[in-house]
Design a protein around this ligand. Sequence first.
Ligand code: ZN
Length: 79
Amino acid sequence: MIRRLMLRDPKVWRCSSNEGAHILGLTVKNGSGKRELLLYRNAIGDDVGEEVDVIAVVVGLVMDVRCSVCGKVRTWRPD
Ligand SMILES: [Zn+2]
């Protein structure tokens, strides 16, 4: 069975590398209009079609996320 996710207002969430722009995850709005982070297992480049595993949905807490490509840390803060 295929589970379809409805992503509201998805935006890529990238690491803080100047040269990089590795994608750490996606931010979407949930049903109550709060933004949450779908965190990927591994950061990816701009390679569309690369398969991703979502390892966590982060909502409502501040969290440091380390890029698995370049090691830079970006802090996630919900709206
Ligand atoms: Zn990076």
